[in-house]
Design a protein around this ligand. Structure first.
Ligand SMILES: [Zn+2]
Length: 295
C-alpha cells in the first residue's frame, strides 16, 4: 500500500477514437502537485477549461460517466479513472483534445501500461488520500443492490445478472491491490448486447464502437476480435473496473471497505458513491473536536 501521495514521473500520451462520440482524440497524462487530485483539461477549447474528477461534476451516466463544468464536458471518463486508482495514482492532470478520451481496446490496460511505463513519483510529506468507512452504507434501486461495510483492505464482490442464455449469473470476488487490479480487471473490455447496437447508434452513442474496442453479445455467440474473450467472465470484471473508475470520483486513491454490488451500472455506481461520501462526511463531523465546531 502507498504511504504517500503519488503523481507520474513524466508526461505520457495515447491516441485513438472516443467510444461514444467517435471523435479522434488524444489524451496526455501530466505530473501534478500534491493535493491537486485528478483533473481533466479540455485543450481544444478556449482558455482550456478544467474539470475536476469529482462526484460534483458528474453531468450524465448513460452508458458511461460524463463530467462537465460551465458547459465544457468530458465523456466516458471511467476507464481512465479506473486505471489511475488501479496503479495508485493520486494526482495527475489529464489533457484531452476532444470531448472524450480514446477508448483504445475498450479496457483500462493501455492506460495502465502507459502510466506504469512512465512510473510513479512520491510526495514524501503528503499522506495518501484515504477513504475510510465507519458504518454500513446501502443503496438499492430496482434490481441494483450495493452494500459497503468497514474493512481493513479494499474488497469487492460484484455480481452480474442478465436474462440471456450466454450470460449466466457471474460473481467476482477480489481483494483490490495494484497487482490484482492489473491481472484480474485491467484487461477486461467493455461490452454490449447485439440487440442494443442499433438503438445506441440512433441515440448518438457507440459511434466509435467496433470489435476492436468492445465485445458484442449476440443471441448465441460472442462477437469479438480475433483474440476471443480474455476471461470467461470478462463482463463482470469489466463492470468491476467501471465501479473502481466511478469510485475514483470520491477523490480518494485508497479505499478501506468491503463492497458487495449486484447489477452494477454507472448511474447506480454514482448514487452509491454519493452515499459513501455522505457517510464519510458524517464521520468526519462526529470526530471533529468541539472547539473546531465553534464558529
Ligand atoms: Zn466500461
Amino acid at each position: 500500500m502507498n504511504h504517500t501521495q503519488t503523481t507520474i514521473k513524466a508526461e505520457v500520451s495515447l491516441e485513438g477514437v472516443g467510444l461514444h462520440t467517435g471523435n479522434s482524440s488524444k489524451i496526455i497524462f501530466r505530473p501534478a502537485p500534491a493535493n491537486s487530485g485528478i483533473r481533466f483539461f479540455r485543450t481544444d477549447l478556449p482558455q482550456t477549461p478544467v474539470i475536476p474528477a469529482r462526484l460534483d461534476f458528474v453531468v450524465a451516466t448513460v452508458r458511461g460517466t460524463n463530467l462537465g463544468l460551465n458547459g465544457a464536458k468530458v465523456h466516458t471518463v471511467e476507464h481512465v479513472l479506473s486505471a489511475c486508482t488501479g496503479v495508485g495514482l493520486d494526482n495527475v492532470d489529464i489533457l484531452v483534445c476532444a470531448n472524450e478520451p480514446p477508448i483504445l481496446d475498450g479496457s483500462s490496460l493501455p492506460f495502465v501500461k502507459a502510466l506504469l511505463k512512465t512510473g510513479l513519483a512520491r510526495f514524501p510529506d503528503h499522506p495518501p488520500r484515504l477513504f475510510h468507512l465507519n458504518e454500513e452504507v446501502t443503496y438499492v434501486d430496482g434490481s441494483a443492490r450495493y452494500r459497503a461495510v468497514p474493512a481493513e483492505k479494499f474488497e469487492i464482490r460484484s455480481t452480474l445478472i442478465h436474462d440471456h442464455p450466454l450470460m449466466p449469473k457471474m460473481t467476482l470476488e477480489m481483494r483490490f491491490d495494484q497487482q490484482s487490479y492489473i491481472s484480474e480487471l485491467a484487461g477486461a473490455r467493455t461490452f454490449c448486447f447485439e440487440h442494443e447496437v442499433a438503438f445506441l447508434r440512433a441515440q448518438g452513442l457507440a459511434q466509435g464502437g467496433s470489435l476492436d474496442n468492445a465485445i458484442v453479445i449476440g443471441k448465441d455467440k460472442f462477437h469479438t476480435n480475433s483474440e476471443g474473450l480474455r476471461y470467461r467472465d470478462e463482463f463482470v470484471r469489466h463492470k468491476t473496473l467501471d465501479l473502481i473508475g466511478d469510485l475514483t470520483l470520491l477523490g480518494r486513491s485508497i479505499f478501506k471497505m468491503r463492497i458487495e454490488a449486484e447489477c452494477l451500472g454507472h448511474a447506480h455506481n454514482i448514487e452509491f458513491a454519493k452515499r459513501l461520501r455522505l457517510a464519510a462526511l458524517k464521520q468526519r463531523k462526529n470526530t471533529q473536536p468541539m472547539e473546531a465546531a465553534q464558529p
